[in-house]
Design a protein. Structure first.
Length: 139
């Protein structure tokens, strides 16, 4: 469906999510060892602050599940993990339920005002773009 296609299209996040300025795939670190083929990494530049986020994704297409983990900490984030899960609504054909779970740890030097702002607006900003996806038209 269009929702899972969008959620798992990390390279298109700059087109889909207004706060994402750029999204580029990058290779695994040399010390990462052998990884399964469902692992990918993307570097995002986000927000007006031009914050760089290097994120490692593990994607399970069959379950429509994408887990992520921050690959490198930044001056704002020391850690971030979470997942997207998109599942069909059995009782509402053509509809999906989206699960979004995230854990974020901010750097201790981040001002309290910013922490409160992220806490208050973070979830809405992280998921608002999904509501703007076009509804499929079917008969």
């Amino acid at each position: 469906d269009s929702v899972w296609s969008a959620v798992s299209a990390f390279g298109r996040y700059a087109d889909l999510i207004s706060t994402v300025r750029t999204a580029e795939a990058y290779g695994k670190p040399e010390d990462a060892g052998v990884e399964p083929s469902n692992i990918c990494r993307y570097r995002f530049i986000v927000s007006r602050l031009r914050l760089q986020l290097d994120v490692r994704f593990c994607v399970d297409e069959a379950r429509r599940y994408a887990m992520w983990q921050l690959d490198r900490s930044s001056w704002v984030l020391t850690d971030s993990t979470g997942y997207w899960r998109v599942e069909p609504c059995v009782d509402r054909p053509g509809r999906v339920r989206v699960w979004f779970c995230v854990s974020v740890r901010l750097n201790k030097r981040v001002p309290g005002l910013v922490v409160r702002l992220v806490s208050r607006l973070g979830l809405a900003k992280a998921t608002r773009w999904l509501a703007q996806l076009e509804e499929p038209t079917g008969d």
